[in-house]
Design a protein around this ligand. Structure first.
Ligand SMILES: C[S@@+](CC[C@H](N)C(=O)[O-])C[C@H]1O[C@@H](n2cnc3c(N)ncnc32)[C@H](O)[C@@H]1O
Length: 243
């Protein structure tokens, strides 16, 4: 698929992280200038690196990584896609471009701690700006209790959202729900900064063939110590043996 510039506005993920980093950098620079603590230059350089990489990932890297991911999928064009924790629509609206005869549904609880300016009205405006509004559905719902029938979706995606559920049992419920609403033969793509081993384990227990890999430097949240891992799984069609 040809890449066109994004016309929506997608905010910053976990905005307190770059804000705290920028505050730390200012304190560091202040101490260097006014208290002559010149030895802090290494910390200042590290903070600039952290901040730059974080902003690159949230503003550009995640879009590029997901573009490659979505490009690599085999699309018919009429799929029903679900995005768990869609926020302002970064991945949801990109996915909608692959299903001109289908529908892309996003669920979220719109937490502005997890994404700046997070609001269903912002996601709606972005869908209009990207020219995909007619095949987008947005719902306020918790991914631990999805308001959809079993086997309703061909593709379920989620980007850096499930880890926001703090309890292990809650994350398991979200994985169980993602699996429940996926139709046999359907694909699940979960990218997250932590807990990916838990997702893999849970999905394997549900009978999925699961793969896990890193999404590379474009999805490092400040450095290689905070990578994004991708979990992919395909739901077996009746009679298929799960690996
Ligand atoms: C870091 S943001 C990522 C948003 C979007 N996936 C993206 O890549 O731009 C995480 C999202 O997960 C949502 N979220 C957190 N817990 C949730 C839950 N239990 N159910 C649904 N959404 C949730 C937040 O409101 C937020 O929009």
């Amino acid at each position: 698929m040809t890449t066109s510039p994004r016309r929506g506005h997608y905010g910053v993920d976990a905005p307190y992280v770059p804000l705290l980093t920028a505050a730390g950098l200012l304190v560091c620079l202040g101490l260097m200038v006014f208290a002559h603590m010149h030895g802090l230059w290494i910390t200042a350089v590290l903070l600039v690196f952290l901040l730059t990489l974080y902003l690159h990932t949230t503003l550009r890297g995640k879009f590029a990584a997901w573009r490659d991911l979505l490009d690599a999928q085999a699309w018919r064009g009429d799929e029903q896609v679900l995005d768990l924790g869609c926020g302002r629509g970064a991945i949801l609206l990109m996915a909608a471009a692959y299903v001109p005869r289908g529908c892309a549904t996003g669920v979220d609880i719109w937490s502005s701690k997890d994404q700046s300016g997070n609001d269903i009205r912002v996601a709606t405006r972005n869908a209009e700006a990207e020219g995909v509004a007619e095949r987008i559905e947005l719902k306020t719902a918790d991914m631990r209790e999805l308001p959809f029938a079993d086997a309703s979706f061909d593709v379920v995606v989620s980007n850096v959202a499930i880890h926001n559920i703090s309890a292990t049992a809650g994350r398991e419920r979200a994985i169980d729900e993602a699996w429940r609403v996926l139709r046999p033969g359907g694909r699940l793509l979960i990218a997250d900064i932590s807990r990916s081993r838990q997702y893999r384990q849970r999905l394997s227990a549900l009978g999925a063939r699961v793969e896990r890999r890193s999404l590379g430097w474009r999805m490092w949240w400040g450095g290689p110590w905070m990578p994004t891992m991708l979990i992919t799984a395909q739901k077996p069609i009746d009679g298929d043996a799960a690996g």
